[in-house]
Design a binder for this molecule. Sequence first.
Ligand SMILES: [Zn+2]
Length: 458
Amino acid sequence: MFKRVGAVALSAGLLFTAGGPPDWAGPPDWAGQPGGPGNGNGNGNGNQKVENIIYMIPDGFNADYATNYRMYKGEDAVWDEHMKGMFTTYSADSSITDSAAAGTAMATGNKTNNGVIGLDPEGNELETILEASQDEGMASGLVATSTITHATPASFAAHVDDRNNETAIAPQLLANEVDVLLGGGKNNFLPESEAGNQESDNLIEQAEEQNYEFVETRDALLDSEIDIEDGEKLLGLFADDALAPEMHRADTEEPSLAEMTESAIGNLEGNEDGFFLMVEGSQIDWAGHDNDAAWAMQDTAAFEAAVEEAIAFAEEDGETLVVVGGDHETGGMTVGTGENPDMNINPSVLKNVTATGDHMASELNEDRSNVNEVMERYTDFELSEAEVQTIQEADDAAMAINTIISDRALIGWTSTNHTGVDIPVYAYGPEADEFSGYLDNTDLPKIMAEALGVELGE
Ligand SMILES: [Zn+2]
């Protein structure tokens, strides 16, 4: 059965290749102009200005996720043909980075210690590419499926020595006047008297005084429209804490990552001097920590839909550079696992998994006698007696469930933390070829600054 599904996936891939690239792939205006790939002087093709940057970060995603996702989908992902190079991710104090040091490197062009946001290892403030863009009159936006004060978005507009200090990050995002902020984490903006995490400040009221429109549901977001040239801003906080994993989003009133991205672009593009937007697919990393292959693939699909929004806009606009790159790998995901005599993988079975392993484990009764019932509710797998027993006896039932599901897909894991492998970077639009070759994560914002003609780190 595995073999048959694998063959279908393979032939779908071949069909796709034979059919040529999809429509969005071009040919864009700037293609084929002089000074393209690898001229390396930072001027790129020289005659196409970069007006806007959309920086898309799939947290935890690397080449193994990319391969598994392509097989899961059955055809190329939207980013595949825009692959440019690979970059290193180590931090100032560790060969394996966390998302704070990685975000800081990708936002400021400087290495720092794990856990640190927007400061160098000595504690000096580092200017971010978002801040440098603002100095040139560009509008700015941050979008995430985590709390909006989480490490990756925070790295673009906050400066704190401890990433966990999200109550200190929240007021900095507002003080920095980021025009569009969309994600989770309402509690970090509300005072304790309203069940929030701020001692006494109500940052949502404060934001409204700063000319932010506040929205907290998908419907309100889709209805909202700000006049950015008039100084209006948008704050969307759609959950008390992180947003739901994509596979559970239908039970909420939350927008998808693609809807938040579309709204952010739609509002920011009104600014005459261009915009800088960072969009994070935050939970691919969390799925990796849990070794939850179905969550990882389904949140990657949600992220891909957001990238499709960005590329569609860039294609139309002609002056927008879209850059896609994870901040590090999570989980040591592999393509293929176990003895695997067929040397095949089978990730499309993950499409029929409708809950995270965590969620399934939470529905087990005390003696875990309902393993089959729960697994039947959320998967189409029949478990062997041995597998049922493994889940019943496991210290960590969620991990046991995730391992069994990953085994069905023949996706392997070597860690429950980040790993230190290099990460692919994809780019579309003018100056995209500047991201070619062997890079470091600190190179990304430097290349963006040069493409925009802004000074970074002044
Ligand atoms: Zn992580």
